[in-house]
Design a protein around this ligand. Structure first.
Ligand code: PEP
Length: 249
């Protein structure tokens, strides 16, 4: 059985006062039936890890460097994130692929670094609107998965998030059939490459304008094991609506 995961990505949002939202979330879910993850900006990671109660909300990073240490001004290694209290790290988010030119090869190297440091990598894949309209979605997802996911993954070191770029922060959401098609494809792709046992242990998240009002129907789709949430993870009240929908799915 795959444990469901509600993952929040705060992106470049949040200062010390935002920790109150995390404390609120942690006290609302002292012993959740699902994994609840918040990835705050790196400046808050250590304080965030200290602000949450044990066995409640967990924290993660939003990116890491592919190398362990060295002359890389401004970068953070997976080991540093782990040291600050992270259990997960988001890798290959479309904003990093676009803003920082991250390739599949680099995402794969980062995922290996994350695994070596004992972190669970959430590897993001997703098509642009042009690619969807050109009926290239599955080709794009397949290529990104082949290039970004390292060999021999299991659920203890990898989560894959399907995030159509056109749905991120836009309020637009694919139809349930479209989500189902991609998630079934991703599961089959993992099975082909890694075998049924490994593939069935890896959680698949949907991300892109998930809100309390649409979460239940998205979580009803087969092979959706949770969500990666941007905007609606910033406030405990909004994220809580999504968590409840996932707990009830
Ligand atoms: C995201 O950035 O990963 C995301 C899904 O954002 P939002 O929920 O705001 O669309």
């Amino acid at each position: 059985m795959r444990r469901k995961l509600a993952a929040g990505n705060w992106k470049m949002n949040g200062t010390a006062t935002s920790l109150a939202e995390l404390e609120k979330l942690s006290s609302l879910y002292p012993n959740p039936d699902i994994d609840i993850l918040i990835c705050p900006p790196a400046t808050l990671l250590h304080r965030a890890a200290q602000a949450v109660q044990a066995n409640s909300v967990i924290v993660g990073g939003q990116d890491c460097h592919a190398l362990v240490a060295g002359a890389h001004t401004g970068d953070l290694s997976a080991e540093m994130l782990k040291d600050a209290g992270a259990e997960y790290v988001i890798l290959g988010h479309s904003e990093r692929r676009q803003d920082h030119g991250e390739s599949d090869e680099l995402v794969r190297a980062k995922a290996i670094a994350a695994k070596d440091a004992g972190l669970i990598a959430i590897v993001c894949v997703g098509e642009s609107l042009e690619q969807r309209e050109a009926a290239e979605t599955l080709d794009v997802i397949g290529e990104q998965m082949s290039g970004s996911i390292p060999d021999q993954p299991i659920g203890e070191n990898l989560v894959v998030a399907y995030e159509p770029i056109w749905a991120i922060g836009t309020g637009k959401v694919p139809t349930l059939d479209q989500i189902c098609e991609v998630h079934d494809f991703m599961r089959a792709k993992l099975e082909d490459r890694f075998g049924a046992a490994s593939a069935s242990s890896i959680r698949l998240l949907y991300g892109g304008s998930v809100k309390p009002k649409n979460a239940s129907e998205i979580f009803s789709v087969s092979n959706v094991d949770g969500a990666l949430v941007g905007g609606a993870s910033l406030k405990a009240e909004d994220f809580s609506g999504i968590i409840q929908a996932l707990e009830n799915a």
